[in-house]
Design a protein around this ligand. Sequence first.
Ligand code: G3I
Length: 467
Amino acid sequence: MKPSIRPRRVRALVSVLAAAAAVAGTALLVPGSAQAASTLGAQAAQSGRYFGTAVAAGKLGDSTYSTILDREFNMITPENEMKWDTTEPSRGSFNFGPADQIVNHALAHGQRMRGHTLVWHNQLPGWVSGISDANTLRSVMDNHITTEMTHFKGKIYAWDVVNEAFADGSTQHRSSVFQNVLGNGFIEEAFRTARAADPNAKLCYNDYNIENWSDAKTQGVYAMVKDFKSRGVPIDCVGFQSHFGSGGPPASFQTTLSNFAALGVDVQLTELDIAQAPSTAYSNTVKACVNVARCAGITVWGIRDSDSWRTGENPLLFDANGNKKAAYSAVLSALAGGVPYGGGGTSTPTPTPTPTPTPPGSGGCSVKYTIASQWTGGFGANITVTNLGDPVSSWTLTWSFGAGQQVTQAWNATVTQSGSNVTARNVDYNGSIPANGSTSFGFNGSWNGSNPAPSNFALNGTACTTA
Ligand code: G3I
């Protein structure tokens, strides 16, 4: 199992490497202090991330297209060529030709590959959607996953193992032949089969309309990933397709990414395009990713507007002639900010031991507690804690509920409760709070009768005042 690399360690490693590079007289690009890069892929790489695009095999011969592809992008997703209707058009008869073309291009140009997609209700040949016997469908699905992953073994960074399995506006799976014949367990079956086929590829669940934290569909996928992680079902990443309207991402997008990341998976923006490509909308989207340590990279769904599936919406970074649009510069600048990527490997991470907290100095701490929303029996609350003492490298915030409230779910912190006493601990990306710095996290809880603010807040054992 590969150990996970955490941001603090990355920063420490970066300084060591920088020192070594200085001795050796070579340049090393350090996030935050590096010279700005002039291409999307190179700029993303400065923080350990990738910048990718969807590619159509039939366009590789177009020199405008392939020139931009090889100059700007270091990750490739085949737009259609790895889908079931192309790869197994009839049972047991596999066709990897078009996808091989793209993979060979990537290998020749130092680009990595995302595999898209193994199990999806769309672009599914009729011979699969017509199967009504569970044993047959299970064996067909497992064979498809195993054969396709084995063919590309060692060449794929991450696979979209299951695509778009949840219904819009709901926490439940959508109707599909897989759902209807195999039941809820088909997703787990697919991921277990995928891990056995290529243990070194990251395994992703990929979907759209899961970017807004409060949406039922987002909550449904979150619950699935949480359940998978708790039961050891292999899952390494969640793909947020990010097909946005001209307003860009929802305000909660970064929160959504952080909350999923806190479950112990990488998050990736997998099919980004934005109607009319406003610079601010693109910039906000990129910032949401680079501000989250476990956001591994961004893929746009096509190169030029003329390559987009969203005909007439001009949602991409290059115009039909291959010229950079305004949004291109916005993306390049936004990629230069944020925090370094600090993702995990492909194994189910073991829980990290709780670090010994450093008590804050005599300055103490201050807590702001806000109920963001409340409904019958439930509520959502946010806490911002400000460290008024010395810097801390890990933190524990404790408090007491006075009216029987119970935390049911938390984000940006790991929360446990015993009776009325609650303990919130930092997650791996937000342990450090500098002197006079703050960190925020949130939780949902249940209440009954009344819901007063908690009391006895303490940071690393030192009592806090409330703001
Ligand atoms: O290959 C046939 C060609 O032989 C035929 O002449 C032509 C006539 O229309 O159709 C061609 O197939 C088209 C295929 O793209 C390849 O160009 C299909 O009609 C067309 O429906 C298909 O669209 C793709 C779409 O997925 C299908 O669901 C888009 O290119 C592709 O960008 C899009 O990608 C999806 C992601 O996979 C999943 N998330 C949503 C995203 C956007 O819809």
